[in-house]
Design a protein. Structure first.
Length: 282
């Protein structure tokens, strides 16, 4: 009886097998996502060729008819295209997540000792790294067309920090869309029909002053406009001054960008998590 009791005691104290730590899970899945990019480099076209194409087209085709008082249009344009590129991080994560769900990858991961949150964290980190490649490419491109950071290292770092913060907020939009839509085609249709108007109805490519009154109001309160203006201010882009009667977000673009990023995350993140849990438990 004593031996049996001792055996039971030993069984109860034996540690149960557990999976890898959350950090290791996340880093393993990030490496998986980056491996896909390495094996399919065409996945980088949306953050390399496309932004460069926008800069060259608008700078040399349309730039001659767009005047920036006190500044050069090419240098003025580049921060806006960077803001557009980081906003498209939502597109990247939406397509990638929807593809993983559709192909059963999430179901296979759920069969492993892995926390579900690790899947979303890894996808978010990979998407930010993906978009950061585009920002780096745009920075190098800017040096060739005359763009410079004129307000010092601190201003430069603040600008890049705001880009990453806003990109993190947009990733939750991508998680929501990628989880809610039932196919990649649906994701593409929804994201194209929303993200392109949002980025074009802003101060990315043209000053809002030349827009009709109602459209100018939308453009000036657009979160992309706040981010773009914050980049221009912190990088000392000539001609980035706004008119005295411009709305509050354009006169306080750094704070406005932070508020927009926090608000988007606070509103969209719970909806995204609910959509992801519902889609992956059906």
């Amino acid at each position: 009886m004593s031996a049996a009791t001792d055996a039971i005691a030993i069984d109860r104290t034996d540690p149960k097998p557990v999976g890898a730590s959350r950090l290791r899970q996340i880093m393993t899945l990030v490496r998986r996502n980056l491996t896909h990019i390495k094996r399919q480099p065409e996945m980088l076209t949306d953050v390399t060729i496309q932004p460069i194409m926008f800069v060259l087209l608008f700078s040399y085709v349309f730039g001659g008819s767009i005047t920036i008082p006190g500044g050069d249009y090419k240098a003025w344009l580049l921060p806006g295209v960077m803001a557009q590129t980081i906003a498209f991080s939502s597109f990247i994560v939406a397509v990638g997540l929807n593809t993983d769900i559709g192909k059963g990858m999430i179901d296979r991961l759920r069969s492993l000792p892995i926390q579900r949150s690790s899947i979303l964290w890894s996808r978010s980190i990979a998407a930010l790294m993906h978009s950061s490649i585009g920002v780096a490419v745009m920075s190098v491109t800017g040096l060739f067309i005359g763009w410079r950071i004129l307000d010092g290292v601190v201003g430069g770092l603040i600008g890049y920090g705001l880009l990453l913060l806003f990109g993190f907020a947009m990733i939750w939009v991508g998680i929501l869309v990628g989880s809610a839509m039932r196919s990649v085609e649906a994701v593409n249709g929804l994201m194209f029909s929303t993200m392109f108007p949002i980025t074009f109805v802003s101060n990315v490519f043209a000053r809002p002053e030349g827009m009709p009154g109602w459209l100018r109001t939308i453009a000036e309160w657009n979160p992309i406009s706040s981010l773009t203006q914050a980049l221009r201010d912190n990088w000392g882009v000539p001609g980035s001054q706004v008119r005295p009667d411009a709305p509050w977000p354009l006169h306080n673009p750094e704070l406005a960008t932070i508020i927009w990023a926090v608000a988007i995350t606070a509103i969209i993140a719970p909806l995204a998590l609910r959509a992801f849990n519902k889609r992956t438990t059906d």
